[in-house]
Write a protein that binds this ligand. Structure first.
Ligand SMILES: Cc1cc2nc3c(=O)[nH]c(=O)nc-3n(C[C@H](O)[C@H](O)[C@H](O)COP(=O)(O)OP(=O)(O)OC[C@H]3O[C@@H](n4cnc5c(N)ncnc54)[C@H](O)[C@@H]3O)c2cc1C
Length: 402
């Protein structure tokens, strides 16, 4: 990537971030240290009203590295993050389970809408201009010293507007317009699934423990929330099972969830349910043109079984900051692109392998799996290492991070 034009840190350096999700807003806060920032977002927070119990469609588990980044913005305390102190993973009809615990917290659960609200406030406090609701339509080579002209349409007035940018950050999610405009292809890794997300109210207290049961066709997982009787749920399955689950009313779904959680949770009720496809894929390049970068879900989409989508998106933001701190030379952009691609591919391959391992139902496969799981569960050292990996702190967690 050649690097003409103004440099990060010049007083006139302008970044345009497309998308005000958690990743785009985090990028904006970081970029504000290097010049002016404009964020363009298609929606307003009121487009997605909270559910009956006051949650958004997404509650996310953040690991230690993400927590540190949000802490550095001074917004961690306001997020009301709930710690996961224990984790219990097992398989349907299995004879072995793995249990993790850390009284200080293995990870922290936050509501994505609360996170976006706090990041939005922080971006404004850093002098970022947020334009919303407005949809980016085109990105063309700029004729001024700035590299790009970003054109967008304001939803309320229908007016077409433009902004000049030295750097364009595509943080516009899985159906990224920025990726489409630069003709970036995505590579699929593993099978597509479908998921249902909701909040469950249980008779028992969750005890700050997250659960994940691997069914034959995908995992069902719960994350503990601030109310000791509420947990968020993601139930992933193949299409046929997914459609059957979607057709259930709240009482029947609660009952199916209680069965899936075996004796661990008696589900009394569930909140609104959201259904969505899971298409694991990553972009062939995260830097499709000079000073155009794709981050977050615009760069890859992961199965939620390991809760890593947002965590990886925040890693992208940290990587971006490193490039700019170095003065954004071509070599740093090249390194960034290679690292992020390697990290995406590694995580997607790992998650796909895990899903396939749990699909194998032959008696020998199941025996081997149960022996392996029991061996891991009885080894504190191996478990401690797995926890470090899940927190993004172990050697595997560093693949693609230089
Ligand atoms: C139910 C669920 C649970 C999850 N749990 C976890 C978890 O436990 N841990 C974890 O790390 N991850 C989790 N994830 C994944 C995580 O939520 C995502 O990876 C992350 O939120 C993606 O953030 P983003 O900012 O990249 O994209 P998004 O949140 O999708 O934001 C993209 C934004 O771009 C805007 N936009 C799109 N096109 C345009 C355009 N042309 N012009 C202007 N704006 C545009 C959109 O309106 C949107 O606001 C979960 C996901 C789901 C669905």
């Amino acid at each position: 990537m050649t690097d003409p034009g103004r440099h990060a840190g010049d007083s006139s350096f302008v970044s345009v971030v497309v998308g005000a999700g958690a990743v785009g807003l985090s990028a904006a806060v970081v970029l504000a240290d290097f010049g002016d920032v404009v964020v363009i977002e298609a929606t307003t927070p009121s487009d997605e009203p909270p559910t009956r119990w006051g949650f958004s469609a997404r509650t996310v588990a953040l690991h230690g590295a993400s927590r540190a980044l949000l802490d550095s913005f001074g917004r961690w305390a306001a997020l009301d993050a709930h710690p996961i102190r224990g984790m219990h993973v097992w398989e349907v009809d299995g004879t072995a389970a793995i249990r993790f615990s850390d009284p200080g917290g293995l990870a922290w659960v936050v509501d994505n809408a609360v996170l976006e609200g706090e990041l939005h406030a922080q971006a404004i406090a850093c002098g970022v201009r947020v334009v919303r609701p407005a949809t980016v339509q085109s990105i063309e080579s700029g004729d001024s010293k700035a590299g790009w002209t970003v054109s967008y349409t304001a939803r309320d007035t229908g007016a077409a507007e433009k902004v000049e940018a030295d750097l364009v950050v595509g943080a516009d999610g899985a159906a990224s317009t920025v990726a489409t405009l630069f003709d970036v292809k995505r590579e699929r890794v593993g099978r597509a699934q479908w998921a249902i997300a909701t909040i469950a109210k249980s008779a028992e207290r969750h005890g700050d423990v997250a659960h994940q049961r691997f069914n034959r066709d995908g995992p069902v997982a719960t994350l503990p929330l601030g109310d000791p009787h509420l947990s968020s749920v993601i139930w992933s399955a193949d299409r046929e099972r997914h459609l059957a689950l979607r057709s259930l009313d709240a009482a029947a779904f609660s009952s199916a969830l209680s069965d899936a959680m075996e004796s661990l949770m008696t589900v009394a009720d569930v909140d609104r349910r959201f259904a969505f496809p899971l298409i694991p894929a990553y972009v062939r390049t995260t830097t499709p043109a000079n000073r155009v970068v794709l981050v977050g879900d615009a760069a890859r989409t992961l199965h939620p079984l390991a809760g890593q989508g947002l965590n990886l998106g925040l890693e992208d933001v940290l990587g971006l900051r490193e490039v700019l701190v170095k003065g954004a030379p071509s070599s740093a952009w090249g390194r960034y692109a290679d690292d992020r691609r390697a990290r995406s591919r590694f995580m997607l391959t790992f998650l796909s392998g895990l899903l396939e391992t749990y699909r194998g139902q032959g008696p020998f496969t199941r025996l081997l799996r149960n022996i392996g799981v029991r061996a891991i569960d009885s080894s504190p050292r191996v478990k401690a290492q797995l926890v470090r990996e899940a927190m993004g702190l172990g050697p595997l967690g560093q693949v693609g991070l230089s």
